[in-house]
Design a protein around this ligand. Structure first.
Ligand code: SF4
Ligand code: MSK
Length: 637
C-alpha cells in the first residue's frame, strides 16, 4: 500500500519544493524526479534524513557502545568517562570503527567467495549455465597461483584455480597470492608493521574477536588490525571478485553506453538490475533474449525488453556489456518514479529496505534473489548458480507480465540520457597505451600528467547528491591529474558528461592532449566497488615498473560522498597500501582525539600514508594536488 505522507505534503509549497530540489541533488536528470516525489508525497532518502535530524551527538562522535548487555553506554564527560566495563572513549571509538570496517571487508569478500564458488562449480561440473568468457585470463591467474596449466583443459583449470582461491579464505595458507603483486617495498612496509594480509575470513573473524567485550583494549592495536583486515579485502576478497568476474563474464574493454534516469524507455518492458554481484544479472541478460520471453513481450504489446543497471551491479553490466545505467545510489528510488519500471531486481548491498514501499506507489515489482538479502514486501526468487538460467527466466517473465499493469498516465521520463565511454580495466588501459604502462609513466615523468587520483564511493545525504564527486573530479582534471573512478563516483561522473572523450576539453593543458591523442576521457571508469582492487593493481604495476613502493608514487584517493561500511574498508586498504586518501564525510571518530590523530598523522610512520577529511571538494582538490606535487618532488620529477 502506497503511504503518502500527507502531513509533510501539506507543508510543501512550490517555492520550498524548488529550493529543496536544488539542495538535494546536483544530478540534472534527477531533479524533475526529486520534484515529483515531493509533489506527490513519495518518501525518499532525503526525507528520511531530515526526519532523523538532529543526530545523537554521542553516536555521531562514536562515543556510544551497545556491544554487550551491560550497556548501552555513552561517554559524557566529566562524569561518564567509561562504559560499564571500563572502556574509555578511545577504545569505544576504535572498536566501533573496526566493527564497521570488518563488516565492509566481509561484504566485499563474501561477494568474491560467491563468484569463485561459481568458477569452482564450473570446474566440478555442478554449474553448467555459465561459460569461461576469458580463458586466457584464467590461465594467467592459474599460473600466478603456481598451477602448471600445460595440458590442462579449461574445466580442470577452473576447478584447481577455484580451489586455490577458496583456500585463501581459510587460515592454513597464511598469505594472499594477489597481494604478491604489490611492489617489494610495499610488502616490506606491511611485514614491518605486522599487517601483511593472511586468510580473508581469518582477518575478518580476528577483527570480530577483538571487538568483543574484554578482548582488545588498546586503540592503536585495534586500528592496526583494521589495516590488515582491509588489506585482506582489497588484495584478497575484492581482488578475487574482480579477477574471477573477468574470467566468467569477460575482461572489460572500452565501450560506449548511456547513463541517467533517461535510459528508461516508455515503449519497453523495463527491468533494473541493482546491487553488486553480477552472477544473476549476467543470466538476466541472457534470459531476456530467450525466444519464449520475446514471444511474451510481443503478446503484452511492448517493443522489447530494456535492461538498465543501478549502482554496482549496473557498473558491472555497463563495463562489460554496455548495458545502460539508470544511476547511482540515490537514483534507486527515483527510477521507480518513472512509472515505467516493471521490475527492480536486486542481489545485495546498498539496496534501500524501503524500496517495496516506494514501489507500492506504482506497479513495479521489487524482486529479491539472495538468501542473505530478503526484503519484506518483495517477491523472492532464490538464486543459485546451479539453476541460474531458469531462475533468471522466471524473473524476466514476471517482469514482462507486469507490463500490462502499468498506468500510462503515470509514466514520466522527461530527460535524455548522457553518452559514456567505460570499460577501463587495467588490461584495457595497458592495451590503449600499446601494451605497456611506459607511455603513462613517461607522461607523468614529463609533468604533462601530474599524477592520478582514485575517486570512489557512494552518495550520502550529508552531501548534495553527486556534487562532491563531480566538483572534485572536474577540479582535478583541470589540474592535469588523471582520475580513475569506480562505484557511484564513476556513475556521477558519467551523468555529468565526464566519461566522454570530449570531456578532455575540461582537462588542463597537459592532460588534455594526452587524452585527445588516445581518444579517451580524462576520467576512466574502472568498475564497481569491488573493482577498487583494479586501482590497487594499477598502482602496483606502476610501482613495480619504477621499482618503488606504492607510497612513493604521485597518487591519491578520495571518497567525497561515502556512506557504507565497504567504503571504510576501501579507504583503509588504500591508506594501508600507501595511498593518501581524502574523505568528504567525517567518520564517527571525533569523540577520540587520539584516534583522529592516529588516522590523520600517526599512520604515516607505519604505512607512509594517512587519511584526511575535507567536506569541501575544492579544498579536497588542493589537498590532493599538494600531496601529488610533494610526491613528485620526492621522486625528483
Ligand atoms: Fe558498555 Fe563496555 Fe558493554 Fe560497550 S562493551 S556496552 S562500553 S559495558
Ligand atoms: S554501490 S558501496 S553506494 S559506491 Fe557499490 Fe555505490 Fe557505495 Fe554502494
Amino acid at each position: 500500500m502506497c503511504e503518502l505522507d500527507r502531513v509533510r505534503l501539506a507543508l510543501m509549497n512550490p517555492a520550498l519544493i524548488e529550493q529543496k530540489k536544488e539542495e538535494r541533488t546536483f544530478d540534472e536528470a534527477a531533479k524533475p524526479f526529486v520534484e515529483l516525489t515531493m509533489r506527490e508525497g513519495i518518501e525518499t532518502v532525503w526525507d528520511r534524513f531530515e526526519m532523523q535530524q538532529p543526530p545523537c551527538r554521542h553516536c555521531e562522535s562514536g562515543l556510544s557502545c551497545s556491544r554487550c548487555a551491560m550497556g548501552p553506554c555513552r561517554i559524557i564527560p566529566p562524569n561518564r568517562v567509561r562504559g560499564v566495563c571500563g572502556a574509555d572513549a578511545d577504545l569505544i571509538v576504535s572498536r566501533n570503527l573496526l566493527d564497521t570496517l570488518a563488516t565492509g571487508a566481509a561484504a566485499h569478500s563474501d561477494h568474491g567467495r560467491e563468484i569463485v564458488e561459481t568458477l569452482y562449480g564450473i570446474g566440478m561440473g555442478t554449474v553448467t549455465d555459465y561459460v569461461i568468457a576469458d580463458p586466457g585470463k584464467m590461465r594467467r591467474l592459474a599460473e600466478e597461483y603456481g598451477l602448471s596449466t600445460a595440458g590442462m583443459d579449461d574445466t580442470r583449470i577452473a576447478a584447481e584455480l577455484g580451489r586455490a582461491m577458496l583456500e585463501e579464505y581459510g587460515s592454513i595458507k597464511d598469505s594472499l597470492q594477489i597481494a604478491m603483486r604489490a611492489p617489494e617495498a610495499t610488502l616490506e612496509v606491511w611485514e614491518k608493521a605486522g599487517i601483511a594480509p593472511r586468510g580473508i575470513d581469518r582477518d575478518v573473524v580476528d577483527a570480530m574477536h577483538r571487538v568483543h567485550m574484554g578482548v582488545g583494549a588498546d586503540y592503536g592495536n585495534i586500528l592496526t588490525h583494521g589495516l590488515r583486515a582491509s588489506l585482506s579485502d582489497g588484495w584478497g576478497g575484492s581482488s578475487i571478485a574482480t579477477e574471477i568476474s573477468d574470467v566468467l563474464f569477460g575482461t572489460p574493454e572500452p565501450n560506449e553506453s548511456l547513463v541517467n534516469l533517461g535510459v528508461v524507455r516508455e515503449s519497453h518492458v523495463n527491468i533494473s538490475l541493482h546491487g553488486h554481484n553480477p552472477l544473476l544479472s549476467e543470466m538476466v541478460v541472457k534470459a531476456s533474449k530467450d525466444p519464449e520471453i520475446l514471444a511474451l513481450v510481443k503478446k503484452v504489446g511492448a517493443a522489447g525488453i530494456n535492461l538498465v543497471g543501478l549502482c554496482c551491479t549496473g557498473n558491472e553490466l555497463l563495463m562489460r556489456k554496455g548495458i545502460p545505467n539508470a544511476g547511482n545510489h540515490f537514483n534507486q528510488e527515483l527510477v521507480i518514479t518513472t512509472g515505467a519500471l516493471e521490475a527492480m531486481v536486486v542481489d545485495y548491498q546498498c539496496i534501500f529496505p524501503s524500496l517495496p514501499r516506494t514501489a507500492s506507489c506504482y506497479h513495479t515489482h521489487v524482486i529479491t534473489t539472495s538468501p542473505k538479502s530478503k526484503i519484506p514486501g518483495s517477491y523472492y526468487f532464490e538464486f543459485e548458480p546451479e539453476d541460474a538460467y531458469a531462475t533468471a527466466k522466471a524473473i524476466v517473465k514476471m517482469a514482462v507480465e507486469n507490463f500490462t499493469n502499468r498506468n500510462p498516465a503515470r509514466v514520466f521520463i522527461p530527460v535524455e540520457p548522457v553518452r559514456v565511454t567505460t570499460g577501463f580495466s587495467v588490461e584495457a588501459i595497458t592495451g590503449a597505451l600499446g601494451g605497456t604502462l611506459k607511455p603513462l609513466i613517461d607522461q607523468i615523468a614529463s609533468g604533462n600528467i601530474r599524477g592520478a587520483a582514485g575517486i570512489v564511493g557512494c552518495n550520502n545525504p550529508k552531501v548534495k547528491h553527486d556534487y562532491g564527486h563531480v566538483t572534485l573530479t572536474k577540479e582535478l582534471i583541470k589540474r592535469d591529474i588523471l582520475c580513475v573512478e569506480t562505484g557511484c563516483a564513476a556513475i556521477a561522473s558519467g551523468k555529468a558528461g565526464l566519461l566522454q572523450p570530449e570531456a578532455a576539453s575540461l582537462a588542463g593543458p597537459g592532460l588534455r592532449p594526452v587524452c585527445e591523442s588516445l581518444g579517451i576521457p580524462p576520467v576512466l571508469h574502472m568498475g564497481s566497488c569491488v573493482d577498487c582492487s583494479r586501482i590497487l593493481h594499477l598502482a602496483a604495476a606502476l610501482g613495480n615498473a619504477l621499482n618503488v613502493g606504492i607510497h612513493r608514487l604521485p597518487l591519491a584517493g578520495a571518497a567525497p560522498e561515502w556512506y557504507s561500511q565497504k567504503a571504510v574498508s576501501i579507504g583503509a586498504y588504500f591508506v594501508a597500501s600507501g595511498v593518501y586518501t581524502v574523505l568528504g564525510v567525517m567518520p564517527k571518530i571525533t569523540g577520540s582525539p587520539p584516534v583522529v590523530s592516529l588516522l590523520t598523522e600517526g599512520l604515516k610512520g607505519m604505512v607512509h600514508a594517512s587519511f584526511a577529511v575535507e567536506p569541501d571538494p575544492l579544498k579536497a582538490a588542493d589537498l590532493i594536488s599538494d600531496h601529488i606535487e610533494r610526491k613528485r618532488t620526492e621522486l625528483g620529477i
